[in-house]
Design a protein around this ligand. Sequence first.
Ligand code: SF4
Length: 290
Amino acid sequence: MSGDPKELLRRYLKQRRELGDDELVLDRHTPAEVRAAVAEGERPRGAAPQPVPPPPRGPDPGDAPERPLHRRAGAPVPGSTPMPQAADSPARGIGADAIRLLPTLDAVRDVSLGCPRCRLAETRRHVVFGEGDPNAEIMVVGEAPGEEEDRTGRPFVGKAGKLLDLLLATAGFERERVYVCNVLKCRPPQNRNPKPDEVEACSPYLLRQVEMVKPRVIVAFGAFAAQTLLGTDTSIGKLRGRVHLYQPTPEHEGVPLVPTYHPAALLRNPGWVRAVWDDLQRVRSTADRA
Ligand code: SF4
């Protein structure tokens, strides 16, 4: 590994940005110097440095009023390419409205296990529907299955899963008494970011899971889960630290939602453990009040 301080800084900043954290405390570099370092590190080898754009002006998204996502399950996600909606066709599986009518969690799971509603059906090994107490007070929602989850068909396994279990236990939540799932039920190839049309296709399953489990609190682990459930692009660094409301439709009663860092991010940034611990205490107190 390079010991070049500039390279180390670039890697650190890139990692922070991938995690959705765009707030940094800098005592030895100006913001322009930092952006230049990141831009230089990301350009193709031998390519000319790109001009560094000025920081965006306008209201800070973190100051925007907290507005829950009011989007009908299965309705287009902003920025997505609409997928064909031939509901209940063999090629597309059953439609979003039919998923909303499935009477039990097992029925939703059974349908998901053969789901062809997006391109990830072609590359997955297993559908990772979710698992845990069907009457759980706490629902944990992550981004999407990784390699180990795709191999086993279980959510949050491997190192990050073990750390999740430990974190939950420190807050008084046994894994067996929590319901654990992801926004996407199938693994994106090479763990790439989920695409908006995949989230749109998969969202009826998550919504039905929430409706059936009826958790007192949802914990969104990681930037993607938090931003998807809240319908925002505000960074996880700004979202965490307070309780939000997951309310997918105006008719929906809504569920308190606490965003926090993903366990995989903690493995790379042990200094964030305290923040996650604080967030889980927030989960505990919110569940106790609900
Ligand atoms: S990710 Fe969701 S919508 Fe896409 S195939 Fe898997 S279960 Fe179906």
